[in-house]
Design a protein around this ligand. Sequence first.
Ligand code: ZN
Length: 78
Amino acid sequence: MAGKKMKGKKISKAEAAKLDKNKMGPCQVDPPEAEVEGQELQRRLAECPYCSRTSWIVYDTVNYLWYTCCYCGGRFRA
Ligand SMILES: [Zn+2]
Protein backbone atom coordinates (compact mmCIF):
# COMPACT_ATOMS: atom_id res chain seq x y z
CA MET A 1 0.00 0.00 0.00
CA ALA A 2 1.37 3.38 -0.90
CA GLY A 3 1.65 5.41 2.24
CA LYS A 4 2.17 9.04 2.97
CA LYS A 5 5.09 11.08 1.84
CA MET A 6 8.01 11.33 4.18
CA LYS A 7 11.11 13.44 4.28
CA GLY A 8 14.54 11.83 4.23
CA LYS A 9 17.21 12.75 6.75
CA LYS A 10 20.72 13.61 5.68
CA ILE A 11 23.57 11.31 6.53
CA SER A 12 26.86 12.93 7.51
CA LYS A 13 30.11 11.96 5.80
CA ALA A 14 31.34 10.29 8.96
CA GLU A 15 28.17 8.24 9.16
CA ALA A 16 28.22 7.46 5.44
CA ALA A 17 31.64 5.84 5.78
CA LYS A 18 30.19 3.30 8.18
CA LEU A 19 27.06 2.43 6.24
CA ASP A 20 26.44 -1.23 5.53
CA LYS A 21 25.88 -1.64 1.79
CA ASN A 22 23.67 -4.65 2.44
CA LYS A 23 21.29 -2.39 4.28
CA MET A 24 20.70 -0.02 1.37
CA GLY A 25 17.03 0.04 0.51
CA PRO A 26 15.54 0.03 -3.01
CA CYS A 27 14.59 3.40 -4.42
CA GLN A 28 12.76 4.02 -7.68
CA VAL A 29 11.42 6.96 -9.63
CA ASP A 30 8.19 5.43 -10.90
CA PRO A 31 5.29 4.45 -8.68
CA PRO A 32 5.40 0.76 -7.84
CA GLU A 33 3.22 -1.68 -9.72
CA ALA A 34 0.71 -3.83 -7.90
CA GLU A 35 2.41 -6.15 -5.46
CA VAL A 36 2.50 -9.86 -5.90
CA GLU A 37 0.23 -11.38 -3.29
CA GLY A 38 2.10 -12.42 -0.19
CA GLN A 39 5.04 -10.16 -0.97
CA GLU A 40 3.56 -6.90 0.05
CA LEU A 41 6.13 -4.29 0.85
CA GLN A 42 5.71 -1.02 2.58
CA ARG A 43 6.16 1.58 -0.16
CA ARG A 44 6.51 5.21 0.65
CA LEU A 45 7.20 8.40 -1.17
CA ALA A 46 10.36 9.90 0.22
CA GLU A 47 11.63 13.40 -0.35
CA CYS A 48 15.36 13.67 -0.80
CA PRO A 49 16.90 16.06 1.76
CA TYR A 50 19.45 17.25 -0.80
CA CYS A 51 17.54 17.89 -4.04
CA SER A 52 13.97 17.81 -2.65
CA ARG A 53 12.75 15.46 -5.35
CA THR A 54 10.60 12.54 -4.40
CA SER A 55 11.05 8.89 -5.19
CA TRP A 56 9.56 5.63 -4.03
CA ILE A 57 11.35 3.63 -1.40
CA VAL A 58 10.63 0.33 0.28
CA TYR A 59 10.28 1.28 3.89
CA ASP A 60 11.60 -1.42 6.18
CA THR A 61 13.36 -0.43 9.39
CA VAL A 62 14.87 -3.88 9.87
CA ASN A 63 16.35 -4.64 6.47
CA TYR A 64 16.88 -1.20 5.02
CA LEU A 65 18.60 1.49 7.00
CA TRP A 66 19.42 3.99 4.28
CA TYR A 67 18.66 4.90 0.67
CA THR A 68 20.35 6.52 -2.27
CA CYS A 69 18.40 9.21 -4.09
CA CYS A 70 17.46 8.22 -7.65
CA TYR A 71 18.13 11.73 -8.88
CA CYS A 72 21.20 13.12 -7.17
CA GLY A 73 22.71 10.03 -5.57
CA GLY A 74 22.53 11.61 -2.12
CA ARG A 75 22.35 9.22 0.79
CA PHE A 76 19.61 9.58 3.32
CA ARG A 77 17.72 7.82 6.04
CA ALA A 78 13.99 7.38 5.96
ZN1 ZN B 1 18.33 13.81 -4.29
